[in-house]
Structures are given as structure tokens and as C-alpha cells.
Design a protein around this ligand. Structure first.
Ligand code: KG4
Ligand code: ZN
Length: 335
């Protein structure tokens, strides 16, 4: 079964053809980073207009890369949420129109569920239950996946997403956009114990929720106490601020993920989302998991960021289950 997946929830226009839920026949992703860079973040109006401009070409390229014709597609699937409304509408409308013209089913896929499913596409040995840490520019959440289709949100951010915090602090320090890779690069040359920034809500009663706004304020206040403006901060201090900030974000993410896995008695953790590219986060979570004899699964980078392959992959799983159910029901003979 070949499914065409479409992903337009934020600032990536992506199309992918996936066979039987795990064979990625093609994956084409057009990023809008260059258009949002000067604003230091994603501008929703610009994002939806760019999706509308590029979706046809991205899909055409995905078909070409897979050497497939539209007629070979068994179903179309699109991200229906969560995400920016205008951006989602472009992908959903495009997928619907295409499916209608092909007389094929069109499926709505949850973006967060698809992020978790990406680990199942790459690692054949993984099986539920798992605890997933989803960290990107748009969301930061810990999800307990008891089984396919059975999820419990254990915690999420009360303010900024982790990636958003990286982006805002990098913008403030003048390190560039997107902020995650910029901070990570600066942090490599900085001292991560130079400043003691807060690790919010580690002992709070909402133990598994995150908050990054206090950390952001603390970084900004510290910089303002050291220099009249971030541009006047000595380079070495800037690197130390970046390293100490990154350490604080990683500590909060790791501590809460491990606590969630322990509470749910789960020995498998999935790390995914754009921030999963951060090597310090991978290292710290890897070490913490090892100590607790928990297995960590981190999908490859092309599947960690926003992509349409995970959408087509999850759609296959859902369609397959629905078809099996129909088979079961139709084999029931009336008494
Ligand atoms: O999942 P993703 O590609 O898309 C959206 O959320 O739209 O994640 C993008 C986010 C950005 O906030 C970016 O700064 C962050 O992931 N990011 C990183 C790194 N690479 C990307 N954060 C920390 N370290 C990185 N190496
Ligand atoms: Zn995402």
C-alpha cells in the first residue's frame, strides 16, 4: 500500500510517498527558514502563503523521486493538527482535493502521534508502551503511549516550547536563526557551569510540565546586569551564557522524561522533534536512560524534524487496522 503524506503544520512544506508504513520511497521537504529569519520566528501569515506557493511542486517532486504516478497512490494523508491554522488548511485542502480527484481516501493525521510513530518506522524492535519526549519549535510534551491509539499527555509546556526558547535566546544574543543550532554551536566553546540558570518546576506539583519563560527572563536579566546591551557582551561571556542556558534546558527535559518513564514503569523512551538534533540533549538523556536501564530510541534527523514521511507512515498503520477490522466484521456470520 502506497500512501502520499502531506505535512504543512508549521514552516516546512513536505510530501512523501511511503510503502507499507515504513519504506520511504521519497521525502521532499521545503523549509521556509530563510523567509522567517529576519523576524526571529515563524510568521503565520507568511508561512501559509509559502505553503500555498510550494505544495504542488513539492508533491510533484516527491512523485518523481519515487518514480510513481498519481494512480499508484492508495490513499492521501495530511496533518490536521496541532499546528498553525492557515498552514494546516493549505495541506488539508490540497490533500482533500487530490484524493477526491483520484477517488482515493483522504486521512487526517495528528502531528504529535506521527512524531511518535516515526520511531516505529525506523526501529523494528521497538514496541509499546513507551514514553516519548517531543521537543520542537512548536511543542514540548511528554506523552505516555500505552499502545497504538492510546496516549496520555503526561506533561507539556506552560509557556514557550523548548525550541522556541532556543530561538528567542539566540535572537536576543544575536547568534542567528534558527536558534537551536546557533546556541549549540556557541555552547561548544562556552562553560556550561559559568551561570546557574533556573531549572523550572523540578519539584513543582505539576512535575511533568515545563516552563521556559522564567529561564528566558533569568538569562536576559543576567546579560543586562553584565553589559548595557547583548552586543556589548564580551564574546567569551556570550558563549558561557549560551552553554549555561542550553544546560538548563537539557536538565529540565531529561529530569522530567526520566521521572515520567519511572512513574509509568516504562523501559523505552523515544526522543523526537527538531530539538532532538541537539547533541548535548542526546548525550544527557542517553546517560540518564543508561543509568536507569531504559532504552533510548532517537529517529534519524530526517524523521525527527517536521516531515511528511511520518504522516504517511502513521496513516498506513491506521488504514491497515481499519481494513483488518472491516475484514473481521464481514467474516462474522449471522447465526
Ligand atoms: O520540529 P522542527 O523542525 O519544526 C518546528 O517546530 O516547526 O523544530 C524546529 C526547532 C527550532 O526551534 C530549532 O531552533 C530547534 O528545533 N532546533 C534545535 C536544534 N536544531 C533545531 N534546538 C536545539 N539544538 C539543535 N541542534
Ligand atoms: Zn513537529
Amino acid at each position: 500500500m502506497i500512501i502520499l503524506g502531506i505535512e504543512t503544520s508549521c514552516d516546512e512544506t513536505s510530501a512523501s510517498l511511503v510503502g507499507d508504513g515504513h519504506r520511504i520511497l521519497s521525502l521532499v521537504t521545503s523549509t521556509q527558514i530563510d523567509f522567517h529569519r529576519i523576524y526571529g520566528g515563524v510568521v503565520p501569515e507568511i508561512a501559509s502563503r509559502l505553503h500555498a506557493e510550494t505544495i504542488r511542486e513539492v508533491t510533484r517532486k516527491a512523485l518523481e523521486d519515487a518514480s510513481a504516478d498519481l494512480e499508484e497512490i492508495d490513499a492521501v494523508a495530511a496533518t490536521s493538527g496541532p499546528g498553525l491554522l492557515g498552514s494546516l488548511l493549505v495541506g488539508v485542502s490540497f490533500a482533500n482535493a487530490l484524493a477526491l480527484s483520484l477517488r482515493k481516501p483522504c486521512m487526517a493525521i495528528n502531528h504529535l502521534e506521527a512524531h511518535i510513530y516515526s520511531a516505529f518506522m525506523e526501529f523494528s524492535e521497538i514496541e509499546p508502551p513507551v514514553v516519548a519526549l517531543l521537543v520542537s519549535g512548536g511543542h514540548t510534551a511528554i506523552v505516555f503511549m500505552e499502545d497504538f491509539g492510546r496516549y496520555r499527555m503526561m506533561g507539556s509546556t506552560l509557556d514557550d516550547a523548548a525550541g522556541e526558547a532556543f530561538d528567542k535566546i539566540a535572537f536576543f544574543l544575536g547568534l542567528g536563526y534558527p536558534g537551536g543550532p546557533a546556541i549549540e554551536k556557541a555552547a561548544l566553546k562556552g562553560n556550561r557551569t559559568a551561570f546557574e540558570f533556573p531549572r523550572a518546576m523540578l519539584r513543582h506539583k505539576r512535575l511533568y510540565d515545563f516552563s521556559f519563560s522564567g529561564l528566558k527572563t533569568s538569562v536576559i536579566n543576567k546579560v543586562r546586569s553584565l553589559a548595557e546591551s547583548p552586543e556589548l557582551l564580551p564574546e567569551k561571556v556570550k558563549l558561557d551564557v549560551a552553554a549555561s542556558f542550553q544546560e538548563a534546558v537539557c536538565d529540565a527535559l531529561v529530569a522530567k522524561t526520566i521521572a515520567s518513564a519511572e512513574e509509568s514503569g516504562v523501559k523505552r523512551v523515544v526522543l523526537t522533534g527538531g530539538v532532538a538534533a541537539n547533541l548535548r540533549l542526546r548525550e544527557k538523556l542517553g546517560e540518564a536512560c543508561e543509568k536507569k536501564e531504559i532504552r533510548l530510541f532517537t529517529p534519524s534527523m530526517k524523521l525527527c524534524g517536521d516531515n511528511a514521511a511520518m504522516i504517511a507512515g502513521l496513516a498506513f498503520y491506521k488504514r491497515h487496522q481499519a481494513l483488518e477490522f472491516i475484514d473481521d466484521v464481514s467474516s462474522v456470520k449471522p447465526i
